[in-house]
Design a protein around this ligand. Structure first.
Ligand code: PRT
Ligand code: ZN
Length: 283
């Protein structure tokens, strides 16, 4: 049985549960217990505070866990980063009062910076050779400059609206973060196998999200051009239409090149283009 720690409540909870569900793992956590056993996969799920997850994974209380990379780096435990999950995206940044004239990082020299991320900040300031003072606090970092507690802050930012409403501006991005799957370094053989099965499923879900299934009609004289644009998993499926001289083409397109591909297909006289989401994709 593999034990996974996920956030009990908060920004990563919903997406973590959704990911397990998309991997076909059924949980029965209606009344929010501390832990639950999956019904159809050898997985026990622990619901914990995100800050505690790296320690629990390091100690082996949990074998794997889902946390923000920011928490993983801040806690600095000797555990593995196994997979970047693509949700919970944010950045850890330094912000200063809007009114401050800021030209470069050396403007932080001698300032007092409030943060809950003192390990990451300390490392960053040392690398950049900036002698600033770190003032560690446990929350509400964004109000620190306003109440005279610090000159600047180092905190997580996503939309930037918290900084804005507190009269601050983002001046340095220290880290771009997202939720990651982390694992203990000494998993048993049995648990390594279960983790591999889980990773196969996670990969299938994530790959599917990054790709779309595409079906279109094309005149036969353009088929070669269209096949070049749509390589698909091996090659596109081409079937003749009842209309003489036309074929139906089916393939897979990556989300990143999607619009570029569509433009080229139009140039090559493709018609009736249908784009369909893919649920799972095993390559
Ligand atoms: O109770 P527990 O300790 O488990 O939860 P928590 O309150 O410590 O964490 P939580 O749920 O707030 O965040 C969990 C993880 O979500 C973080 O470790 C990040 O990896 C990720 N994440 C993504 C964020 C944000 N986006 C985010 N915007 N975590 C926090 N914020 C906060 C930020 O601290 C600031 O107060 O949101 C505010 C800024 O948001 P914007 O949109 O105004 O810029
Ligand atoms: Zn926390």
């Amino acid at each position: 049985m593999l034990k996974i720690a996920i956030q009990k409540s908060g920004r990563l909870y919903e997406d973590s549960i959704k990911l397990l569900k998309e991997c076909g793992i059924q949980l029965n956590n209606g009344n929010k217990q501390l832990k639950t056993i999956a019904e159809n996969f050898p997985l026990e799920v622990y619901f914990l505070r995100d800050d505690d997850i790296p320690q629990y994974v390091y100690d082996g209380v949990a074998d794997i866990g889902i946390v923000g990379e920011n928490v993983l780096l801040e806690k600095n435990k000797d555990i593995d980063l196994v997979y970047r999950l693509g949700f919970g995206k944010c950045r850890l940044s330094i912000a200063v009062p809007k009114t401050m004239q800021y030209r470069s990082i050396t403007d932080l020299n001698g300032l007092k910076i409030a943060t809950t991320y003192s390990t990451i900040l300390q490392k960053y300031l040392a690398e950049k050779k900036i002698p600033a003072e770190i003032h560690e606090i446990s929350g509400s970092v964004e109000i620190a400059p306003g109440i005279g507690l610090a000159d600047a802050i180092c905190d997580l930012v996503s939309s930037g609206s918290t900084l804005f409403t507190n009269g601050l501006k983002e001046v340095e991005v220290i880290l771009k973060s997202e939720a990651v799957l982390t694992a203990n370094k000494n998993l048993s053989e049995e648990n390594k196998n279960i983790l591999e099965k889980l990773l196969l499923r996670i990969n299938a879900v994530k790959t599917a999200k990054n790709n779309k299934y595409i079906i279109l009609n094309a005149p036969n004289h353009q088929l070669q051009n269209i096949e070049n644009v749509l390589p698909g998993m091996k090659s596109p499926t081409v079937t003749p239409l009842a209309t003489e001289g036309w074929s139906s083409v089916q393939s897979v397109v990556n989300e990143n090149d999607f619009w570029e591909v569509i433009e080229k297909l139009k140039q090559f006289e493709a018609e009736g283009i249908l784009v369909i989401p893919i649920e799972k994709m095993i390559v």
